[in-house]
Design a protein around this ligand. Structure first.
Ligand code: ADP
Length: 495
């Protein structure tokens, strides 16, 4: 099933490099499309409106110049405007100011007609052209002196898609009302189009070639560190000691640092695992050796001597107790860490629990001269797994007894403060240096790696940490080297 899924993922997975490359090429295609659309659609409209504006300007300039007589100066002006703008200028008058619908050839007198090919030419054909003009347009230019425009569709003069742009106005002169008309064929940019298309084609081919090759190089460069990291990670998987190099990009350097951190953590865990195995091995072997040695002694020597036999059996029992303690702690810790042991919360009077745990240590006070300073507030109620917290208390008080100083004094306080219940146990021992305070919570960690003189599995604080973490409790140790340590934890008060 898993294999099938893996194969499926492999089939659908894509190369990041190819994908990045495709993105780059896709971006070029989008840009080129925008270029084509703007060149062929947007700019074409822009070109015609530009042309229309220019003719309107010309018409208004000529209208200002014209005073009713086609003087040489006026003719020259018209000729140069016509030459520059590919247009025809016609100045004419309408006899009797007849309305557009009634116009006949006889009513129109052409004063001046200039076109780009013949220059100042005769008016032949012009009159019939003028008669073909849209009546509404003629009415408009007759009505006021404003400039009016209209598009005259004419298949012959401007090609299938073209039209004539007609701009005209009237001018009241001393010799009567004159009309100035400018006509210019506006091709549907067929020639423009082919020039632009040719240029665009060249630009497109160049862009595509450059973009495909450059983006290949870019994508390869962008994804190169990932490929390198993958090969370094594979070497790491094969047990090699590796380091992920930084490449000068923030994101990759972050990744490299994270991977290096992970590598260090894995190494640390591996070292801890080895140390743990060695320590457990050692701690299991010692009592086992003792059990074997004393059992042999009973068999060979003290079997019939009741006093000695009892003494030797006592040692065997002690060592088996020690083994049991060690094995129980290993099991507890592994259950806590694997999540199989979960807290069963209940409302617990912690004052009573502390009292019960202290009772179990009464023998130290009674027989071994330990002094317990107690300041336990009553009715400190909280929500917790009582058995787990009992284990925490047992470990912390046990440690304080084990590591306290010559005066054999251990202080225990339990108090309700600001909605919290604070437990603290203080000893007068050697204390723990600030560098060690974080490490004591690691399983099997021993300050100075000293050999334990007291019974303990070396996992006590690790169990404490796991339980308090599960309870989301705040906890810690405050210690002054040479003066002693205080281990504490806080739980939310329920009362
Ligand atoms: P163990 O006590 O069995 O070695 P623990 O996990 O309980 O294991 O403690 C880890 C280490 O932390 C101890 O070996 C000891 O070096 C240090 N430690 C714990 N409690 C104290 C304490 N009250 N004073 C000084 N050192 C302590």
């Amino acid at each position: 099933m898993a294999k099938k899924e893996k194969r499926k993922r492999k089939n659908t997975a894509q190369s990041l490099m190819v994908r990045t490359w495709a993105y780059f090429v896709g971006m070029t295609v989008i840009m080129l499309t925008i270029l084509w659309v703007t060149a062929l659609i947007v700019f074409r409209g822009y070109y015609t409106s530009l042309r229309e504006n220019s003719l309107v300007t010309q018409c208004s300039a000529l209208s200002r110049l014209y005073n009713g007589v086609a003087t040489e100066d006026f003719k020259n002006e018209v000729e140069s405007a016509v030459a520059q703008n590919t247009m025809r200028v016609t100045v004419f008058t309408i006899d009797g100011d007849k309305s557009a619908s009634e116009l006949t050839e006889q009513d129109i007198t052409v004063t001046l007609n200039v076109d780009p090919i013949d220059g100042v030419g005769d008016s032949e054909g012009v009159v019939s052209f003028l008669l073909k003009l849209d009546e509404k347009f003629v009415e408009k230019i007759q009505a006021d002196s404003k400039i009016h425009t209209y598009h005259l569709r004419n298949r012959h003069s401007a090609g299938a898609n073209g039209y004539n742009l007609v701009v005209g106005c009237s001018k009241q002169t001393a010799n009567g009302k004159a009309y100035i008309l400018i006509t210019s064929p506006v091709q549907a940019n067929n020639t423009m189009d082919s020039i632009v298309i040719n240029q665009l084609l060249i630009v497109t081919i160049l862009c595509v070639v450059i973009s495909v090759s450059l983006s290949y190089v870019f994508s390869k460069n962008i994804t190169k560190p990932i490929t390198q990291y993958a090969s370094v990670a594979r070497r790491m998987g094969n047990g090699e000691k590796v380091r992920f190099g930084e490449v000068g990009f923030i994101e990759y350097d972050d990744l490299a640092r994270a991977l290096n951190h992970a590598t260090e953590e894995i190494e640390k865990t591996e070292n801890q695992r080895r140390e743990f195995m060695a320590n457990v091995g050692h701690d299991l072997r010692t009592p086992l050796t003792m059990v074997k040695a004393y059992a042999e002694m009973i068999r060979d020597l003290s079997g019939r001597d009741e006093k000695k036999r009892t003494e030797h059996c006592g040692v065997i029992i002690d060592e088996v107790d020690r083994l049991t303690l060690l094995v129980n702690d290993i099991l507890d810790l592994s259950k806590l860490q694997s999540g199989t042991r979960v807290p069963e919360y209940a409302t617990v009077n912690l004052s009573e629990t502390v009292g019960n745990v202290l009772d179990r240590f009464a023998i130290y006070r009674e027989k071994h001269g330990y002094v317990f300073n107690l300041d336990v507030q009553s009715d400190c109620v909280t929500q917790c797994d009582e058995r787990m917290i009992e284990q925490v208390l047992y470990n912390l008080i046990g440690n304080a007894i084990s590591y306290t100083g010559e005066d054999k004094t251990v202080s225990v306080t339990l108090a309700k403060r600001d909605g919290e219940i604070v437990f603290a146990v203080t000893d007068t021992g050697k204390g723990i240096s600030p560098e060690e305070t974080d490490k004591v919570w690691e399983r099997y960690y021993r300050v100075n790696q000293e050999k334990r003189t007291v019974v303990g599995s070396g996992m006590g604080l690790s169990i404490v940490k796991n339980i308090l973490d599960l309870h989301k409790a705040e906890y810690g140790v405050k210690s002054v080297v040479g003066k002693g340590s205080t281990f504490y934890f806080k739980l939310t008060s329920k009362s």
